[in-house]
Design a protein around this ligand. Structure first.
Ligand code: HEC
Ligand code: HEC
Ligand code: HEC
Ligand code: HEC
Ligand code: HEC
Length: 268
């Protein structure tokens, strides 16, 4: 009978093994994406050493987020403010606001000892993920898209899953979240707050041709030569109030927003 199988079949087990490894890799990446724990961290709300309230400071007092959180440099360090920021108002002998309150005991003590307040971290991307705040804030993504309504929270809680699928959902459709840069830290912003005439005038002032703006509203056949015609076109398409779709698609086009979807952008 001799050799029933041709010689190359000796390699078959190896080929199968390699194929299995590749399929397994593919599957585990797929599984990693689809089964990334979407909701497990949502709601995480650790007790902080000082009962600091965003509702009071960012809500009622209206302090801008950047008064305490600065993302100037692409740092991977915590951007929670130093004690000095609190002393501006609560420091004994400085602002003195409520400095006798038991709730501020640790803050006053930190003023004496110089030790930092041991804030408990709420959000943490794994080490193998690259994330940069300013790359988002400078492109019109608000804190509220990723952290929820912090300005209404007594205690900060994890509001969004911040999983890979969540990052990619926005990267595929950024227009759902883009807004003018001056509203990035205004968590109560609604597109309907914008005056349509101001919005389109702003685009025209940036030397974007009216015709180009019109095609974003109404497709290739849409035409406009000036602000008035743009406003008419926008009203027929979107209705009386400015909508997120309207703002988002314009900003995406004219700012050339293209969030990355390739693995190496987030896993370097
Ligand atoms: C007066 C200073 C101050 C202001 C203003 C402020 N924060 Fe904070 N923020 C803090 C402090 C202190 C912490 C750490 C303690 C805590 O989690 O409450 C913190 C924590 C956070 C965290 C959680 C950090 C982590 O550990 O993951 C987020 C998110 C956050 N702030 C967002 C905001 C946003 C959005 C705004 C604007 C609406 C804002 N903050 C305004 C002081 C401030
Ligand atoms: C711009 C001024 C300002 C800054 C900066 C500031 N606070 Fe306050 N804080 C206030 C005011 C005003 C109140 C409300 C006082 C009241 O209820 O009458 C307050 C209230 C508080 C309270 C509640 C006190 C109580 O007895 O009810 C705590 C705790 C507190 N702040 C912690 C902090 C911490 C921690 C920081 C730094 C991360 C900070 N604050 C930064 C102005 C400030
Ligand atoms: C595109 C989503 C996104 C936006 C927009 C965003 N954050 Fe974050 N934030 C994150 C992620 C993801 C982390 C965890 C980062 C890490 O561990 O490196 C985080 C962490 C933080 C932390 C914890 C400290 C740190 O840097 O690790 C603070 C404070 C914070 N964000 C505040 C803000 C404020 C204030 C704004 C708006 C001015 C904002 N974030 C906008 C996604 C976002
Ligand atoms: C709500 C929308 C949104 C979410 C959520 C979001 N991104 Fe982005 N991301 C953007 C936009 C918009 C840009 C800017 C694209 C541009 O400049 O063309 C961007 C850019 C980036 C970039 C390229 C810029 C840079 O820093 O090199 C990286 C990397 C990135 N995002 C990582 C992440 C990660 C990781 C997460 C999840 C933890 C995340 N993003 C969540 C909207 C989002
Ligand atoms: C926009 C940013 C972004 C892109 C693009 C991206 N990832 Fe991720 N990836 C993340 C984040 C964020 C996590 C962490 C998820 C978590 O903590 O739940 C993650 C986690 C993972 C994990 C671990 C899964 C787990 O649950 O532990 C693997 C594996 C992975 N990514 C592979 C990939 C591959 C392969 C690609 C390209 C097809 C890719 N990623 C593209 C942001 C990204």
């Amino acid at each position: 009978m001799g050799n029933f199988f041709p010689r190359w079949t000796n390699w078959l087990p190896l080929k199968v093994a390699i194929a299995v490894v590749f399929i397994a890799l593919g599957v585990s990446v797929g599984v990693a994406y689809y089964f990334t724990p979407k909701y497990t961290r949502v709601g995480y709300e650790p007790t902080q050493p000082v009962p600091f309230s965003h509702k009071i400071h960012a809500g009622q007092l209206g302090l801008d987020c950047r008064y305490c959180h600065s993302f100037g440099e692409a740092s991977s360090h915590s951007n929670v403010p130093t004690n000095q920021t609190c002393f501006n108002c609560h420091g004994p002998g400085k602002g003195n606001i409520k400095s006798a309150s038991p709730k501020l005991e640790l803050v006053v003590k930190a003023h004496e000892t110089g030790e930092s307040i041991p804030w408990v971290k709420v959000h943490k991307a794994p080490d193998y993920v690259y994330f940069n705040h300013s790359a988002h804030l400078n492109r019109g993504i608000s804190c509220v898209s990723c952290h929820g309504k912090i300005n209404e929270m007594e205690v900060v809680r994890h509001d969004q899953p911040q999983s890979m699928g969540w990052c990619l959902d926005c990267h595929r459709n950024p227009e759902k979240n883009l807004r003018p840069l001056e509203h990035v830290t205004n968590l109560n912003f609604q597109p309907a707050d914008l005056k349509r005439a101001d919005f389109y005038k702003g685009l025209l002032d940036k030397k974007i041709p009216a015709g180009e703006i019109a095609t974003v509203i109404g497709g290739e056949s849409a035409k406009a030569d000036d602000l008035d015609q743009l406003l008419k076109l926008a009203e027929t398409t979107y209705g009386k109030e400015v909508t997120q779709a309207e703002v988002g698609t314009q900003l995406k086009k004219h700012w050339q927003i293209q969030p990355p979807e390739n693995c190496t952008a987030c896993h370097r």
